[in-house]
Design a protein around this ligand. Structure first.
Ligand code: B1M
Length: 210
């Protein structure tokens, strides 16, 4: 079994203590950061499929999520290039009612790497909290909303519309997450959409520099 396959197997088994070491070993073996990350993302998809099939339950999903987060910690210094923040502040959060944060954390990392200062509000973030944070921070140029549940797509749309109607200006809004399509994103009134963390950073830059 290759190191990447071991990472995947242990992640899917929710072994949070073993995954970081295996990720480091995969790096030591010369495996690429993106290859390891994409393998871990695929494993989370596999865990989701098992959940849908009734083969695993919420606790197993939670353990896999913890293992993924620990693995990403090892990759973080290699994903974030430490360039100075020059594109302003990005306020990011997972929308109200939604507790998924792995994708949001990856997006935050990539956006930071693209040159933003990132203020991460965490999960289950209401429109009021986004607005409070926009007011509390200087030079907010981007607001990023993540959502993973079809049931919280409504909260995403409401949040974008409330933020846009708040009268606050000077920033663009970007949305994304597994159930979000560009078509749905357009109905929210957001300025931009991205399907994954890498393209979120590219889109963020594009929106702010336009
Ligand atoms: Co949940 N869950 N979960 N879960 N969970 C999903 C999302 C699900 C697809 C599983 C399934 O049924 N197959 C399903 C949603 C179905 C639907 O709505 N259609 C689901 C469900 C049903 C639930 C509960 C309702 C289960 C229950 O209680 N019965 C419950 C809801 C809780 C809540 O939020 N209120 C629940 C709970 C949980 C845990 C808490 C146990 C845990 C999350 C822990 C955590 O995040 N810390 C969990 C997990 C781990 C998953 C799966 C298995 C993995 C999610 C993940 O981290 N993926 C997931 C199955 C799956 O994804 N296939 C599932 C890896 C991550 C890197 O991908 O987040 O998609 P993702 O991010 C991507 C892109 O979407 C994009 O970039 C990232 C990659 O580069 N992206 C953006 C994300 N945000 C973006 C923002 C952007 C741009 C791009 O711009 C701002």
């Amino acid at each position: 079994m290759s190191k990447i396959e071991e990472v995947k197997a242990m992640l899917e088994a929710g072994k949070a203590k073993l995954v970081p070491g295996l990720v480091q070993e995969a790096l030591n073996d010369g495996k690429g950061v993106q290859d390891i990350l994409q393998a871990m993302i695929a494993s989370m998809g596999a865990v989701g499929d098992k959940f849908s099939a009734g083969e695993v339950y919420v606790p197993e999903m939670l353990m896999a999520a913890k293992a993924m987060s620990k693995g990403v910690e090892v990759l973080k210094p290699l994903l974030v290039d430490g360039s100075a923040s020059t594109l302003g502040t990005c306020i990011i959060g997972t929308v109200e009612g939604d507790l998924h944060d792995i994708g949001k954390n990856l997006v935050a990392m990539m956006i930071e790497s693209a040159g933003f200062k990132v203020v991460d509000l965490g999960v289950d973030v209401s429109a009021a909290k986004f607005i409070e944070a926009i007011k509390a921070n200087n030079d907010v140029t981007l607001v990023a909303l993540s959502g993973l549940l079809t049931t919280t797509m409504v909260a995403m749309k409401d949040s974008v519309q409330t933020i846009k109607a708040s009268g606050l200006t000077g920033f663009k809004v970007i949305v994304g997450g597994a159930p979000i399509s560009s078509e749905f994103a357009a109905t929210t009134g957001a300025d931009g959409f991205a399907p994954d963390a890498g393209s979120a950073a590219v889109k963020a830059k594009e929106l702010v520099m336009a």
